[in-house]
Design a protein around this ligand. Structure first.
Ligand code: ITT
Length: 199
């Protein structure tokens, strides 16, 4: 089965390919298409943005499309950067710049008040216009020192107390099991399995 994954973020593509291994799905990212329509992620929630990406790309490609919108919410910053996670330090900001901005905002905040969570909304939009959505959440805390070189985005400063490692220190297979995206994908996989069983 062919599914287009509506992202240009290669970090996400890598993770999702690993998660879908063994599922007989050919996953194609937007980097394989030319003249992809610009999508402004101006929804009020992760779900709204994921749905918008999936619908527009399904209409553009004529294929079944999967899209996720994800981000980090820091409790003491009232949920910032949230849906603005990818462009927190500006429209073309790098991961490094986004991390710097977040750490600057948390400069005087002690470790016990730095709780944060990653969220992921995942939408599977089918050719007939019907869709399913799945959610995942991953709790941790933000630390000043960058640790690890796996993953992408805020991973080097996202510390997971239960594992005593940052997301960037986790082997990819572990991150994919426990992360917000991993949890949303596990739900999608389960629903896929159930639907196949019922056909
Ligand atoms: P697409 O819209 O093309 O998928 P994007 O990077 O803009 O790519 P999002 O709009 O979903 O993706 O923004 C997600 C941002 O949230 C991402 O750029 C990271 O900064 C952060 N983020 C999401 N998941 C993450 C993860 O697993 N590890 C670290 N940072 C993550």
């Amino acid at each position: 089965m062919k599914i287009v994954f509506a992202t240009k973020n290669e970090g996400k593509v890598k993770e999702i390919k690993e998660m879908l291994e063994g599922m007989n799905i050919e996953l194609i990212s937007l980097n394989h298409y030319n003249h992809v329509p610009e999508i402004s992620e101006n929804g009020k929630s992760f779900l709204e943005n994921a749905f918008k990406k999936a619908k527009i790309i399904s209409e553009f490609t004529g294929e079944t499309v999967m899209a996720d919108d994800s981000g980090l919410q820091v409790d003491i910053l009232k949920g910032e950067p949230g849906i603005y996670s990818a462009r927190y330090a500006g429209d073309k900001a790098t991961d490094e710049e986004n991390n710097n901005k977040l750490l600057a905002k948390l400069k005087d905040v002690p470790p016990q008040k730095r709780s944060a969570s990653f969220f992921c909304s995942l939408v599977l939009y089918k050719k007939d216009g019907s869709y399913d959505s799945f959610e995942g959440r991953w709790d941790g805390q933000i630390i000043d020192e960058r640790r690890g070189s796996n993953g992408f985005g805020y991973d080097p400063i996202f510390f997971v107390p239960g594992l005593k490692l940052t997301a960037a220190e986790l082997p990819p297979a572990i991150k994919n099991k426990v992360s917000h995206r991993g949890q949303a994908f596990a739900k999608l996989k389960k629903s896929f399995g159930e639907k196949l069983e019922n056909t």
